[in-house]
Ligand binder design. Structure first.
Ligand code: ADP
Length: 228
């Protein structure tokens, strides 16, 4: 059997807050196969963001194993982690995180700069990515001139411009009305159909239902996994 794209094995994360220890993850285990769409749900403080930070190679576990594409993140240098992040993972956040001083096109081209791709090629790939999310008419606008739904579509174009095998989406519709939210979910569903692995944190049962499986967290533990 092919190796899982994401493997979490008895992952614990303890934050030291002065005298106090906060156990954010208490032995989380689950895996995600190539091309799967998984939703992570759970109340505030249950460890969803901590899990996403592990999967996104932004943080390392206190103990346990996190493997991304077969590589154990605890054994990698910062440089290797940054490389894995840039080549393999696209991030979509609730707050979009677009750079306000850059146009839609410049924001979308940005991840390619870290790969040393020449300007014309970066521009071509970014234009393709923006066309796919229906924003070809807005390439010279600044983020402040866009609606929330449009900003999130730019964020998706930026996240996918490197053709990552994994998309991590942290409450991607959290700031959107239902119509814009549906457009964003439809884009994620399309990426899923094309074979991208998607991990999404959401509070919305409606959005979670787009996934193949829901992982439910509570108090730093996986309490159930529901196949859809
Ligand atoms: P969720 O995303 O489900 O709201 P988090 O992963 O953010 O949950 O948090 C899980 C627990 O870890 C919470 O009790 C939170 O207060 C704590 N926590 C998260 N990040 C930190 C941090 N950087 N320092 C200290 N405690 C943290």
């Amino acid at each position: 059997m092919a190796e899982s794209v994401i493997l979490m094995e008895n992952v614990k994360k303890i934050y030291n807050m002065g005298e106090e220890e906060v156990q954010a993850l208490r032995g989380v285990s689950f895996s995600v196969e190539q091309g799967e769409f998984v939703s992570i749900m759970g109340p505030s403080g249950s460890g969803k963001s901590t899990c996403m930070n592990m999967i996104g190679c932004l943080d390392r576990p206190t103990s346990g194993i996190v493997k991304i594409c077969g590589k154990e993140t605890a054994k990698m240098s910062e440089k290797e982690l940054a490389f894995l992040r840039n080549r393999t993972i696209g991030f979509v956040f609730q707050q979009y995180h677009l750079l306000p001083s850059m146009t839609v096109l410049e924001n979308t081209m940005l991840p390619l700069r870290y790969q040393g791709i020449p300007f014309q090629k970066r521009k071509k790939l970014a234009l393709q990515s923006l066309e796919k999310v229906g924003l070809s008419e807005r390439i010279n606008h600044f983020p402040s001139e866009l609606s929330g739904g449009q900003k999130q579509r730019v964020a998706i174009a930026r996240a996918t411009v490197t053709k990552p095998s994994i998309i991590l989406a942290d409450e991607p519709t959290g700031n959107l009305d239902s119509r814009n939210g549906r457009e964003v979910m439809d884009l994620l569903a399309e990426l899923h159909r094309e074979g991208t692995t998607i991990i999404m944190v959401t509070h919305s049962q409606h959005d979670a239902n787009y996934a193949d499986r829901i992982v439910n967290l509570f108090d730093g533990e996986v309490v159930s996994q529901v196949e859809m």
